[in-house]
Design a protein around this ligand. Structure first.
Ligand code: MN
Length: 434
């Protein structure tokens, strides 16, 4: 079913909703006060309780199996079912919620039991995450950061041949809204030769696209690039909170470690490939002189339509700004088009050595900065490592994040002739080191 064939919804708040119109239908795990976490779908200002809907007999066939796989408040088994189950569920949801649905009365009769307000619900991680891998495919970020660390040699020679990544920490991934405790660690103060231990003084955010893995692969059996899209369950926003002072001291030679593993925040809704279909675009052509990807990373269909046009935004609100009721300050306006490698290339590369991916694994894209001022996806880039502080409407200045600062990530997909969709928010507030 193409997006154009989807009509308005009888759920009034869904029509024109900036994130969750009928065309989106992202999946997530939520709870109402006192209830166990369960699967739901965002529609307008509401969440459709799939567990209650299942018990009410609103699903049959493949769609029913899809919802049955979500029991227990985790979407892993549903992710494992793959595209067919996802599409069957989506088509049934569109049928249930389209204007003129014959089941409107049945759903409305159950009121908030079946369709609670999202504002009354708490969101949780959508899946049990076995492994989290953070890539580095935002080439503008790689160049900006490379310049700070290695002015004469910003991009290392492997960058345009290998989708660079490192193994992140799955156990500290959290849903939006979880506070970010300032980490303590070992740093090397400028101009000194001996490290010190204490609270991070250069706490930063990283704006990333998150990718939820669907069907996995057997160990030893790589996922071919042409099949990679079949192994992706959906997408989210991801904030790879980073302690820059700890990172600068620890990162050589094996890459980030404790500077990243204290928390990673994700937006809780899983936006499906089907919802994002109208916002796919060709992978931008590589500049003249760049190498062609090796054959295992090159697929014509992926190059022709495997990238996304998703606008990404980062907002900052300090404690003082909240007290003075000032609007959030926009730090970043970027786009997923700044990815040098596609999501399919990440999947193919990750598994090419036989590494096993599993349903519910999480990938981060790497920081997605654009080339211009205002498009940088981290404070490290915006302030040039703390050299150029930013001024806020409250009169405050920031080089890096202070306690009480809240970072909000948002995403929006818009295209002429199509309904816009969004991802919901990924929020986190910095709290003092303990
Ligand atoms: Mn990162």
């Amino acid at each position: 079913m193409t997006q154009n064939s989807i009509t308005r919804s009888w759920v009034a708040s869904a029509n024109g909703h900036s994130d969750f119109p009928l065309q989106n239908l992202p999946l997530g795990v939520f709870s109402l006060k006192g209830s166990a976490p369960r699967a739901g779908v965002a529609i307008g200002e509401h969440i459709f309780d799939l567990q209650v809907a299942l018990e009410a007999g609103l699903f049959d066939g493949v769609a029913r199996s899809a919802v049955e796989a979500m029991q227990g408040g985790q979407l892993n088994a549903f992710f494992e079912l793959g595209r067919e189950a996802r599409v069957a569920l989506r088509e049934r949801l569109i049928e249930l919620f389209s204007e003129g649905s014959t089941l409107r009365g049945n759903i409305e009769a159950q009121g908030a039991k079946l369709l609670p307000l999202a504002a009354d619900c708490q969101m949780h991680l959508p899946a049990r995450i076995s492994d989290y891998t953070d890539f580095y495919v935002g080439i503008e970020h790689a160049q900006n950061v490379g310049k700070l660390f290695r002015p004469d040699n910003p991009l290392l020679p492997n960058y345009k041949h290998v989708p660079i990544g490192y193994h992140g920490r799955a156990s500290t991934v959290r849903a939006s809204g979880t506070d970010v405790r300032r980490p303590k660690g070992q740093t090397l103060p400028a101009g000194q030769t001996e490290p010190v231990f204490g609270p991070c003084a250069r706490l930063d955010y990283e704006l990333e696209l998150g990718i939820w893995i669907g069907q996995g692969n057997e160990m030893g059996e790589p996922i071919a690039i042409g099949d990679a899209a079949e192994h992706i369950a959906g997408f989210c926003l991801l904030n790879d909170w980073s302690a820059r002072d700890i990172q600068a001291w620890e990162y050589q030679p094996l890459g980030p470690f404790l500077s990243k593993s204290f928390i990673t925040s994700v937006s809780p809704w899983v936006v499906t490939a089907e919802a994002l279909e109208p916002f796919r675009t060709a992978q931008p052509a590589r500049p003249e002189g760049d190498p062609q990807p090796l054959p295992y990373l090159l697929d014509k269909r992926d190059q022709d339509g495997g990238a996304f046009d998703i606008e990404l935004e980062v907002l900052l609100r300090t404690e003082t700004m909240r007290e003075q009721n000032l609007p959030a300050h926009r730090l970043t306006l970027s786009n997923t088009r700044y990815m040098y490698w596609t999501v399919a290339q990440m999947v193919a590369h990750h598994s090419v050595n036989g590494c096993q991916l599993q349903a519910g694994d999480l990938f981060g894209s790497g920081t997605l900065s654009g080339p211009e001022n205002g498009q940088f996806g981290s404070l490290l880039e915006i302030t040039e490592g703390g050299k150029k502080p930013i001024e806020l409407a409250s009169g405050e200045v920031r080089k890096f994040l202070e306690d009480g600062d809240e970072i909000i990530l948002r995403a929006r997909c818009a295209r002429e002739g199509f309904a816009s969709i969004g991802f919901g928010e990924c929020r986190g507030t910095v709290i003092a080191a303990r």
